[in-house]
Write a protein that binds this ligand. Structure first.
Ligand SMILES: Cc1cc2nc3c(=O)[nH]c(=O)nc-3n(C[C@H](O)[C@H](O)[C@H](O)COP(=O)(O)OP(=O)(O)OC[C@H]3O[C@@H](n4cnc5c(N)ncnc54)[C@H](O)[C@@H]3O)c2cc1C
Length: 264
């Protein structure tokens, strides 16, 4: 690791000021991605601004037909929340399958979506449920938030404060995990709402995306058979030592079919 200053603000305002006054600073949440990155010497921030001590950044509430989850909420707290289990069981299921117990007790929702790893689980829920991402300066729609591999619409120094997930009529998440890391080789989140059906895929491509052919088919008939024969093009999918693009394309259809079956 390199040398850096460790700062622990008590409010979002203080965190923003520290960020502005500390050159190449980085916000630290659960540290499950950032600390390994520092250990591998892939980043050299001058300061780590630990936002874990900011009151009100963690918590779960039900408000206006949505589950609102603070950015600092740990994965395990989402997994065991009675409110999440009741209103969006698919989201609790997703959180309960992230990494291992250590990762789930440290990692946060805000850290996961700000990092936007192409194989992370939460981005698929955010996109499929059409969530709103609230930050220190604005509210960003899910469709505008994830902009590319490890890229988001967040500006320099902008902090995610909470995510509002509209409660769907039906939803389910199915992932085929990498057996070592538990990251998604492919994960598919399917949600049926009053506004229509949304299908978000993670792990398969460089960034989470929506499968529009599946959404159109499921809008006509929300059944596993509606997606069973949809062939996904491997053209833009990832190919690596874990699996070829063709393998991942096949998995998208299999996971989508299982997700619809689970949701119904
Ligand atoms: C062994 C292992 C297995 C894992 N398996 C999975 C898995 O199966 N599925 C999965 O989805 N993830 C997995 N993860 C990642 C895990 O979910 C992390 O929690 C997540 O990547 C980052 O969250 P964090 O709170 O630890 O963020 P940190 O590591 O603290 O920060 C990550 C990045 O986000 C920024 N950031 C953090 N919070 C905010 C905020 N509120 N606003 C703006 N920027 C912010 C930081 O500045 C940093 O750039 C795994 C990690 C490990 C180490």
């Amino acid at each position: 690791m390199y040398q850096f200053n460790y700062l622990r603000p008590k409010s979002l305002d203080e965190a923003k000021k520290l960020y502005e006054n500390n050159g190449d600073a980085k916000f630290l949440a659960g540290g499950q991605t950032l600390i390994p990155t520092l250990k591998q010497r892939l980043a050299q921030p001058t300061a780590l601004i630990d936002i874990g001590g900011i009151a009100g950044l963690a918590g779960i509430k039900v408000a206006g037909g949505a589950i609102v989850i603070g950015a600092g909420t740990r994965h395990n707290d989402v997994a065991i929340s009675a409110d999440v289990k009741k209103s969006i069981p698919a989201l609790a299921h997703l959180a309960s399958h992230i990494g291992d117990p250590a990762v789930r007790h440290m990692g946060t929702l805000g850290g996961s979506i700000a990092n936007n790893d192409p194989a992370a689980d939460y981005p698929s829920a955010v996109l499929a449920l059409g969530a709103d991402i609230k930050t220190t300066s604005r509210t960003i729609k899910a469709d505008d938030f994830f902009t590319g591999m490890f890229e988001t619409a967040l500006d320099e120094g902008e902090i995610v404060t909470e995510v509002s997930f509209p409660i769907p009529e039906k939803a389910a998440y199915m992932k085929f995990p990498n057996p070592a890391s538990r990251y998604a080789m492919v994960g598919v989140f399917v949600a049926k709402t009053k506004g229509g059906v949304r299908v978000a895929v993670t792990g398969a491509a460089s960034c989470v995306y929506r499968e529009s052919a599946m959404e159109a088919a499921l809008a006509k008939a929300f059944t596993p058979d509606a997606v069973a024969n949809i062939k996904v093009s491997p053209g833009n999918l990832n190919s690596d030592l874990h699996g070829s693009a063709e393998y991942r394309a096949h998995l998208v259809t299999v996971m989508a079919k299982r997700a619809v079956a689970a949701a119904t």
